[in-house]
Write a protein that binds this ligand. Sequence first.
Ligand SMILES: [Zn+2]
Length: 306
Amino acid sequence: MRTAYISHTECRNHDTGPGHPEEPRRLTAIEDRLLVTGLTEVLRHIDAPEVTREQLLRVHTAGYLDSLESLLPKSGLAHLDPDTVLCPKAARRAAGAVVTAVDRILGGELDSAFCGVRPPGHHAERNRGTGFCLYNNIAVGVAHALEAHGLGRVAVVDFDVHHCNGTEDIFKDDGRVLVCSTFQHPFYPNTPLLPDAPNRVSVPLDARAKSTEFRAAITQRWMPALRAFDPEMIFISAGFDAHQDDFMSQVCLTDADYRWVTEQIVAVAEESASGRIISALEGGYELNSLARCAESHLRVLMGLHA
Ligand SMILES: [Zn+2]
C-alpha cells in the first residue's frame, strides 16, 4: 500500500497553554514512535497545505468563519471557549491535510493516508466550534471528495470516545454521507442521542464498556450498514481516547481493539472503495497509549501486520 503521513509544523507547534491535554507532545509522541519502529522510513511524508476559504465554506457558515477571524488576538492565546484555543494557522493546515489526502488518493498517487494533525475537528459544527475543534477536518475532506471529485457515497467512521456531534450536524441531511460512530454516553459533548437514520449509525457505549461491547457495536451495527452503503471512500475520525490508559474517559479499550477495528474498516474499504482510506487524528491524550495505537493503526492501513 502507498500510505502517507500528512502533517505540518504548525500543527506540532500549536500552543494551547499550560496544562491543556490537547498539547504539542501528542504529535511528538506519535512521530517519535514512527521513527523508532522504522515506519517513518516506509511512509511517504507530505506537508499539509492550508485549506482555502472556499473549501471551508462547504461545511461551515461564512458567519462562523468570519467570527473566528474577528476573535483573533494580535498576540498571545485567545479562547473560543474555556477548552478551545484559537489557532488559525494550525487549523488551516489540519483541514488542508485531509483535503490534500483526498486529491492525492483520488489522483492515484496514494492508497491511504493518516493525517497527524492538531487541532482535532469532529466537534466543530456548521456554525460553532467547541471541544478543542475549530474546523471539522474530516468533514472538509468529505465535502471536497463529494464536490470537487464527484464521489456519490462516502462513509465516515468515528471511534473517538466522544460523540462526533459536529460531523453528524454537518451531514445529517446529506444522503451521500454515512456517519458511523461509537462514543461513551452520557458524556461530553452531551448532545442528545438521535435515532439511527439511513445515513447515521450512532452507538452509545456505557462508561463501563470494554472490548466486548465495543467489538459487538462494530460487528453488529457498523459493519452491516457500511456494507449496505457500499462507500467509494472511507474517512476515519481516529480518536484513541477510549483506551484504558487514557485519563479522559472511562471506556476501557486496549491496543488490540484499535488494531482490530482498523482491520475491520480496511476490509470494507477493500471490498467497496478500492482500499481508499483517509484517517485523521482526533483525541487521545495519554501519550504512550496514543503513540502505540496510532502506530498499529497506521501499520494496518499500510497493509503491514503486527
Ligand atoms: Zn475525544
